[in-house]
Design a protein around this ligand. Structure first.
Ligand code: ACO
Length: 396
């Protein structure tokens, strides 16, 4: 035992690293990031190539299994996911208990955790087959639950998944379709949606993935673990940033207001930050932001939308890339910077943005959870530096 300056005993030594800036909590074979050079690889494949040549479900297979699927394996995987898209009918009663204007992320935290109550048959975390079924169920049901959040908010009937449609297409159908209409989803929008899911699929040990691993390290069930990831994602410093970016762009409103906001962001006494800029790991362009920017331009052109917010976003990016404050601190646009403009063009309300991030990220969370459980399981238990009172006696 070591006695520290406050006279307290501590067992052995440990590092003090607030924010885990330089502490690796695990080994992983899933995703590699080189933040200085703006490189992101999933199982070795660059994100730009996956965004260009692959699709979301194929990337899910890659993240879960370590290799790209053969055509037969891909067909089988897509069939399995499609088979699991429905949720139990009683989930709709569960949703009706939420206030109509509840934030969709609050509904997702509850709804995804509640999935555990339906799947006692396959919840043994030590059984690889059970883990695989849970992974498939979660990936398949997230879009259904996400669309239910939106329908509940609108007061419209919930839409059942239509399993003739592709993954992203089905999601847009459940979001914007009604039981009165035939499914009709623009292929351009479905492709853009698929790319948004793909670009969010995994990002190694970020706050939400680390939360999933920590929750999973105690042996908690996968639905509870993914619900914990959703809660961690919600904050504006993480997944909540995409909603905050659009709010910020709306507040700036026009290019001539940008200087005022840049000055606010640089003012140490002002808590305002340029949302969508900066990253703990990337000290260069976030490669996902580059793809997102291109997709954004394609979608707006295809839809014939001339969104003034795009002009604000582009100018803001130019200024930030030239301004010494942002250059010195290496604050580049991150994945959230352009995704909001695309989602707005698709017709998705801002409150749903982080839900969509959570939907895409589910595969990453579950791949990390599965990787952790496939190895030697050790409960995560960070230490602390106690700075409170030394031992004292209760008065009297
Ligand atoms: N605008 C203005 N200044 C910023 C910004 C920003 N967006 N981001 C960081 N800074 C400044 C900080 O004030 C700090 O300055 P200092 O060294 O003079 O004190 C310096 O840059 C470093 O910032 P930290 O907060 O210490 O960096 P950290 O790695 O802890 O935080 C984070 C990274 C949270 C992403 C931060 O850059 C941020 O708040 N960005 C805006 C929110 C955002 O876009 N989040 C999404 C991240 S991507 C994702 O999760 C999907």
């Amino acid at each position: 035992d070591v006695v520290d300056v406050r006279g307290l005993t501590k067992h052995g030594f440990f590092t003090y690293d607030p924010g885990f800036v330089s502490t690796a909590a695990c080994e992983s074979k899933i995703t590699y990031i080189d933040g200085d050079n703006g490189v992101l690889l999933h199982r070795g494949y660059p994100i730009e190539q996956l965004a260009d040549k692959s699709d979301y479900l194929e990337t899910c297979y890659l993240l879960l299994n370590g290799e790209l699927p053969s055509p037969e394996e891909k067909t089988e995987f897509v069939d399995i996911i499609t088979h699991h898209t429905m949720v139990k009918e009683s989930m709709s009663r569960f949703f009706r208990g939420f206030n109509y204007n509840a934030h969709p992320m609050s509904m997702m935290c509850g709804a995804v955790g509640a999935l555990a109550s339906f799947y006692h048959d396959a919840i043994d975390i030590h059984n690889p087959e059970h883990r695989a079924i849970s992974a498939h169920r979660l990936i398949a049901k997230m879009p259904t639950l996400a669309a239910m959040c939106y329908k509940h908010y609108l007061g419209q009937p919930f839409m059942y998944p239509n399993n003739k449609l592709g993954y992203a297409e089905n999601f847009l159908h459940m979001m914007f379709g009604t039981p009165c209409d035939d499914p009709e989803v623009s292929p351009v929008l479905a492709k853009a949606m698929d790319k948004i899911f793909l670009l969010h699929a995994d990002h190694e040990q970020n706050a939400s993935t680390s939360t999933v691993r920590l929750a999973g390290s105690s042996g908690a069930n996968p639905f509870a673990c993914i619900a914990s990831g959703i809660t961690a994602l919600w904050g504006p410093s993480h997944g909540g940033a995409n909603e905050a970016v659009l709010d910020m762009l709306n507040e700036i409103g026009s290019v001539d207001q940008i200087d005022k906001y840049v000055a606010k962001a640089k003012d140490k006494d002002d808590p305002f930050r340029l949302m969508g800029f900066g990253h703990r790991v990337y000290k260069n362009f976030d490669p996902r932001a580059k793809v997102m920017k291109e997709t954004c331009a394609e979608v707006l052109e295809e839809l014939g939308i001339n969104d003034p917010l795009l002009a604000v976003a582009k100018r803001l990016e130019e200024i930030a890339l030239e301004d010494p404050y942002f250059v010195e601190k290496k604050l580049y646009p991150n994945v959230d910077f352009y995704s909001g403009i695309i989602m707005k063009a698709i017709g998705i309300p801002t409150e749903m943005f982080t839900v969509i991030f959570a939907t895409g990220r589910t595969v990453g969370w579950i791949a990390h959870w599965n990787e952790m459980l496939s190895g030697e399981l050790k409960i995560g238990r960070p230490r602390q530096l106690y700075t409170g009172h030394p031992k004292r006696d209760y008065p009297g």
